[in-house]
Design a protein around this ligand. Structure first.
Ligand SMILES: Cc1cc2nc3c(=O)[nH]c(=O)nc-3n(C[C@H](O)[C@H](O)[C@H](O)COP(=O)(O)OP(=O)(O)OC[C@H]3O[C@@H](n4cnc5c(N)ncnc54)[C@H](O)[C@@H]3O)c2cc1C
Length: 406
């Protein structure tokens, strides 16, 4: 394996770096704090538009649709360089990584012409309305239902509830999976639509988190009318559409970031240990830091493997699920150790602790979002290691006959 840039990749990296050096810097005082969501969103939208104008937004999308007309490896290179400038805005990840690619794959030309470019520029943001209170890991168990309107228009009337919808409170549009036929097995009676989040009957209720933020929402649908022209794919084939979204999710919900072993080592050197010296001299802690170092190196090499596959025009396979399992767990364990080191100061809200606390909260969230640890382990067991399949008792049963609670 050769992890070095090819001459073409090196030229692209140099161009991206030069553009970022000119356009990305923001003085400390000018930067919006992520805790001020409205200001952070405004700043993120301006940055997304600036990238789009220069061909650095949605690099793999066609230029005619507001993308950069580039390759997946160019996208990876730009992301690496952008990360060095600390310009990270989470508002666009789900829409641009998962929802709009699904629209591009299944919508008619007029819809794509209308929506893809404004999304690439960050002018309009999309959310993913899949999970429900009884359908998270098992999205195919969705109960939100759609029936044809009785007025002969062909429109659909949607009733039900979605949950954990990231960003629904600032999103303009969403893709929603609904049950259109309860008389067939669960995967066969689903249909996908795109929906205007300002439609009458949609009620978005933010969920308040322990971290103080409200990143996701409950979304209630009460008699929401959706024209049939907003259908993505065929009636009853929504699961196939969802698979395209979920395949993109594996690439979009990447590894974790935040506090890592170098910050923990620095903290251990600065805090007292069990004996007379600093904590970095304690045997137990040294061993744990060494384990986290090894895991971080393993993750780096796994990412290089995925990059090598991308640069050869291949798509990383189910084995890339290992990245999130390792990184999200490491984020949680390592930040817990760091908070312990800070003792009672660990729970104080203070700019000095903010990155560690943020890593601790997000480690837990990341272990669930985009497929829980257990679901990803199932994928690795079944599709990488070839172990026997998980037991699925509802495979050929009509959805309405699957036993459920009251
Ligand atoms: C930060 C964050 C953002 C999110 N954003 C969105 C979003 O924008 N849109 C959206 O639609 N959803 C979103 N989600 C929801 C997310 O997709 C679900 O939370 C996730 O799929 C798990 O579903 P669940 O919460 O219903 O848990 P469940 O599926 O009920 O799982 C409960 C527990 O059972 C385990 N389990 C379930 N099935 C199996 C099995 N077959 N084998 C072994 N163990 C199993 C799980 O691992 C878990 O530990 C988000 C979640 C988080 C945390």
């Amino acid at each position: 394996m050769d992890f070095n840039d090819s001459p073409t990749e090196a030229a692209y990296r140099a161009a991206a770096r030069a553009w970022l050096d000119t356009n990305a810097p923001l003085a400390a005082g000018e930067r919006a704090s992520p805790s001020d969501e409205a200001a952070h969103l405004r700043e993120g939208k301006a940055w997304q538009a600036c990238k789009a104008d220069a061909g650095f937004a949605c690099i793999t999308w066609p230029r005619d649709w507001g993308g950069g007309g580039g390759t997946p490896i160019e996208q990876v290179i730009f992301d690496q360089e952008e990360a060095r400038h600390g310009r990270s805005y989470p508002f666009f990840n789900i829409g641009l990584g998962m929802c709009v690619p699904t629209v591009m794959a299944f919508a008619d030309d007029a819809t794509k012409q209308r929506f893809v470019r404004p999304a690439a520029r960050g002018d309009e943001i999309w959310c993913q309305l899949f999970s429900e209170p009884a359908a998270g890991s098992d999205v195919a168990a969705s109960r939100t239902r759609a029936v044809r309107a009785e007025d002969g228009t062909g429109d659909w009337i949607v009733d039900g509830q979605k949950v954990w919808t990231s960003g629904a409170h600032y999103c303009d549009y969403g893709i929603v999976i609904v049950r259109t036929d309860p008389d067939v097995p669960k995967h066969k009676g689903l249909t996908m639509f795109w929906v205007d989040m300002t439609s009458p009957g949609i009620d978005v209720r933010p969920i308040h988190q322990a971290s103080g933020g409200s990143d996701f929402n409950e979304v209630y649908f009460t008699g929401v009318r959706i024209p049939d022209s907003q259908r993505l794919g065929e009636v009853g084939r929504g699961w196939n559409v969802a698979l395209v979204t979920l395949m993109n999710e594996r690439l979009a919900v990447g590894g974790g970031s935040g506090t890592n072993w170098p910050e923990l080592l620095a903290l251990a050197r600065a805090t007292p240990g069990l004996g007379d010296g600093p904590a970095s001299e304690d045997g137990g802690l040294r061993e744990r830091i060494a384990d986290w170092y090894v895991a971080a190196e393993g993750l780096k090499l796994t990412r290089y493997r995925a990059m090598t596959a991308l640069s050869r025009g291949e798509t990383p396979g189910p084995e890339s699920s290992i990245g999130k399992i390792v990184s999200a767990n490491q984020m949680q364990e390592l930040s817990r150790e760091a908070l312990d080191r800070l003792d009672q100061f660990g729970i104080i809200v203070d700019p000095g602790n903010a990155a560690i606390q943020h890593t601790w909260f997000w480690g837990g969230a990341l272990r669930i979002a985009g497929g829980t640890d257990e679901i990803l382990k199932n994928i690795i067991a079944e599709r990488v290691l070839g172990l026997p399949l998980d037991i699925r008792v509802d495979r050929d049963v009509a959805f309405k006959d699957i036993p459920r609670g009251a």
